[in-house]
Write a new protein. Structure first.
Length: 243
């Protein structure tokens, strides 16, 4: 998971380098990474720090932002400094095999569970590549109008793991009679309620979910969630105002 800073007010492009210089990430063990400027799905400016490769489990991370008085442009200045720390949790991730209708959970690189489900249909294929769990909710109403399908459906789902801000989820789909047989969703990965709970409990916020074998090979915009792994390391470095 990246370190992500969402700004309440716009940040002028010519002030971004100064803000980056005021931000510092340290870790034990030391991990290489870089800051990158992102337009969040909400339309706000965002600054993310992404490691070159995934964080090692157990890494202790310190974030310090000496921003008090730093100019953000348009007459705005930061009013205080910020600091926080966290420890990276266990290595939990998932891989979705779209043609095989299967989600495999991995702990420390070893498979610990396989779940059959249904990914996106040929008309609405699931977004490919590596995604980051951005949030979770125990219950959620799936409203077709939010993804451009009018009033086609409105269904209540449980154990919802959010990947993209635009609506790519892992969730229960008890109404789907084709789980493990056919991909017929509108881009999410649906499962039985019991299996959705297993995935919900296993994947913390920040865990990665890789989607393989999908017809949707377009790169998801980084701001559409915490999609920093959609870009190569070389692409990511170019987002820095200090590059």
């Amino acid at each position: 998971m990246p370190v992500s800073v969402l700004f309440d007010r716009p940040v002028d492009k010519d002030k971004r380098a100064g803000i980056e210089r005021a931000m510092r990430i340290t870790s034990v063990p030391q991990v290489r990474g870089a800051w990158g400027w992102v337009r969040d799905y909400s339309g706000k400016d965002r600054l993310d720090w992404r490691p070159k490769t995934f964080w090692p489990a157990g890494t202790k991370v310190s974030v310090k932002a000496a921003l008090n008085g730093v100019d953000s442009g348009r007459g705005g200045r930061f009013a205080r400094d910020y600091a926080l720390g966290f420890t990276v949790g266990a290595d939990h991730k998932a891989v979705i095999d779209v043609p095989g209708h299967m989600l495999t959970m991995y702990e420390n690189g070893r498979p610990v569970g396989r779940i059959m489900g249904s990914a996106g249909s040929p008309e609405d294929p699931t977004r490919g590549g590596v995604h980051t769990v951005r949030s979770k909710s125990a219950t959620e109403t799936m409203d077709s109008a939010t993804i451009g399908h009018g009033k086609e459906w409105m269904l209540d789902s449980q154990w919802v793991t959010h990947l993209t801000a635009s609506g790519t989820f892992l969730h229960s789909a008890p109404w789907n009679k084709s789980l493990g047989v056919r991909n017929n969703s509108h881009g999410c990965f649906g499962m039985t309620t019991d299996d959705a709970k297993k995935v919900y409990d296993f994947l913390p916020v920040g865990a990665t979910v890789e989607v393989r074998g999908t017809a949707n090979t377009h790169t998801t915009d980084v701001g559409n969630g915490l999609e920093v792994w959609q870009e190569t390391w070389q692409q990511w470095q170019k987002r820095s105002a200090l590059a």
